[in-house]
Design a protein around this ligand. Sequence first.
Ligand code: IPE
Ligand code: IPE
Ligand code: MG
Length: 252
Amino acid sequence: MTSKHHSYQDLPSDVIQDRLPRHVAVIMDGNGRWAKQRGMPRIMGHRRGVDALKDLLRCCRDWGVEALTAYAFSTENWGRPTEEVDFLMMLFERILRRELREMMEENVQIRFIGNLEALPSSLQVEIDRAVETTKHNTGIQFSVATNYGGRQELVQVCRAIAAEVQAGKANLEDIDEAMFERHLYTNGICDPDLLIRTSGEMRISNFLLWQLAYSEIYVTETLWPDFDRAEFHRALCGYQARDRRFGKVKAV
Ligand code: IPE
Ligand code: IPE
Ligand code: MG
């Protein structure tokens, strides 16, 4: 099969299997602009964005990526019009209900990162159900950042550690990077190797501030609903062309 006529079911031949990112994080941006370009309401962009995420998840699984983390709703996104926020919460709830069976069939382990207590209680119920049901699955680790903010996460870690010290369960000298990481929402998942942001914006927008310390960043002009396997293929090729030096002189 030539790569030109590749169906993208299998890992493209120009992507080196053992140099795949283990963990891909994605800032799914540009849904609103995608809809606006078509004269549609913004929520239509979010709806189409779900299809793009579903396909990326399946693609990561097919190609052998171990973990995918998607930024679905930031702590700053509460500042959007109420109708848009309400629509998103309803959409998250509906997708979870609709996709749970398929996630089980595909051996996906889903988890949510962020301050989940502030989400509508009906959504929390669906989140708990999905996390609980899929927790023994051994396939791809799929994390959805919902009401997630990197600063909020770091403050939450500081509080948890301070409480341990105050209760006499830990000493000041025990605080190190490993202890810090144990309190992050992402505990147990390796840091992202590759961060993808769509819609051309060159910023982190409060995503995974600790975990992105040494991630390779790939920005594409493509709007999120148009992000497909061919786009992901381009991102992986871009990633594999990078020298990851981690502060040293030579790439490791
Ligand atoms: C990303 O798309 C989705 C969320 C933040 C929920 P946007 O809604 O930010 O789309 P643009 O950036 O306005 O085009
Ligand atoms: C980042 O996108 C958050 C999500 C994708 C959920 P935003 O559209 O909220 O970010 P800014 O406003 O462009 O920084
Ligand atoms: Mg945006």
